[in-house]
Ligand binder design. Structure first.
Ligand SMILES: *Cc1c(COP(=O)(O)O)cnc(C)c1O
Length: 390
């Protein structure tokens, strides 16, 4: 929520910048921690959603582990103080260098995405005199009912090991001396808002859990990934996702065997609502067919609309505190030389003018981390809520 006080502070800052509401972040993390602890679940934060230093600091302090998808994310997680014993490493294309580095850090587990990768980790672990703990990432063919670019658990996706390869995978595991299978892993997609999707996932996990058990593998870890969605349309109505209902689905539908732990990898749900991209109107262009608001932020600062046609709520912060009653439909666009550089079409806003402050909401996940220097743009700037208190 943006009060008048905050907006006054914003008006002194150079735009565009990411604004992080650390109080909301902390309350979100507390809620997730409380709900997961109640069921004895382990949560690893997916660093790729946001690896801003202070954001990561709060997440580490809250006691979460880390879910990494590159060697540099593993390095970063260790550097900022995540316990290596709580770090997992996924990704379809881990390089030899990344694997060796992660082995040297003694991370908790590799989420392995192919049979060939199993052999490579075994080889590199052997050479380093280590034993690597692995979980098999299995593609469960569950439809996440989300945008096709962020669906990862269908047979046509590149992620994970297909169920028809599992027989071969356990043969390979039996031969490998330097890796130990500790569990199975799933991640079916992102921005999932229908909890029934997670029930379907639980059914698949139970089947596979039994399948491994029947073959003599006693799994310690059921890692069900992340993907819990947030409300992009109403960032202020319920800014903290309903973690309780989410975890309750797994508590009810997963059939844990004795000694099995359930692990999660949440990204978006933990950080989205605490971030906004704050920008200024540079120009108002009135056309015959369209009125345009041209902002000083573009797809170089927030790529989700250009990449996935994602919706973000757009607010005119300056107009919110004036008495303007005239509403206009604007196409809200950035300055980048691409037609896809558009934050929203036909967005109903109070009549806006050059210099007005604009907030693009729910930008804490997959926002700052995707920023690019395309068009030789400035490095991304950010402002934290506690810097505004004087
Ligand atoms: C991206 C990713 C996550 C986090 O997904 P969210 O939708 O942000 O919760 C979890 N696990 C893996 C393997 C991922 O690639």
């Amino acid at each position: 929520m943006f009060d008048a006080n905050r907006i006054t502070h914003f008006s002194e800052k150079e735009t565009p910048f990411y604004y992080y509401d650390l109080d909301l972040l902390k309350r979100t993390l507390d809620a997730a921690k409380r709900a997961s602890t109640k069921f004895g679940f382990h949560v690893h934060y997916a660093l790729k959603a946001n690896f801003n230093d202070r954001v990561l600091g709060f997440i580490r302090e809250a006691g979460f582990g880390a879910d990494c998808v590159s060697g540099n994310e593993v390095k970063k997680a260790v550097e900022v103080g995540f316990n290596p014993d709580q770090i997992v490493f996924a990704g379809v294309g881990k390089s030899d260098k990344e694997i060796s580095h992660a082995l040297s850090c003694n991370i908790f587990a590799f989420n392995v995405e192919s049979i060939q990768e199993l052999r490579i980790i075994d080889e590199l672990a052997g050479a380093a005199g280590k034993k690597g703990q692995v979980a098999l990432r299995i593609n469960p063919n569950v439809d996440a009912q989300t945008h096709h670019y962020i669906t990862t658990g269908l047979d046509e996706n590149k992620f994970g090991i297909a169920h028809w390869e599992l027989g071969e995978a356990i043969e390979v595991l039996r031969q490998c001396q330097h890796i130990e299978l500790i569990g199975i892993h799933f991640h079916i997609g992102s921005q999932i808002t229908d909890l029934n999707v997670f029930k379907s996932l639980c059914v698949k996990v139970n089947e596979l859990n039994n399948w491994f058990d029947d073959r003599g593998f006693r799994l310690r870890v059921l890692n069900v990934g992340g993907g819990l969605g947030v409300d992009y349309h109403h960032p202020d109505t319920a800014p903290i996702p309903d973690f309780q209902s989410y975890f309750a689905v797994f508590a009810e539908f997963l059939e844990r065997k004795p000694g099995q732990d359930v692990h999660f990898e949440l990204g978006r749900a933990l950080v989205s609502q605490s971030g906004s991209l704050v920008s200024r109107v540079l120009y108002v262009k009135n056309g015959i067919k369209k009125d345009f608001l041209i902002l000083d932020a573009g797809m170089t600062e927030l790529m989700r609309p250009a990449l996935y046609q994602a919706y973000h709520k757009i607010e005119n912060l300056t107009a919110a505190y004036s008495n303007s009653t005239v509403q206009v439909h604007y196409d809200v666009v950035g300055p980048i030389c691409e037609s896809s550089d558009c934050f929203g079409k036909e967005v109903l806003l109070p009549q806006s003018k050059r210099g007005d402050l604009i907030a693009i909401r729910t930008a804490g996940a997959y926002g700052e981390v995707m920023a690019s220097r395309y068009n030789l743009r400035d490095e991304i700037r950010y402002v934290y809520s506690d810097e505004l208190i004087r």
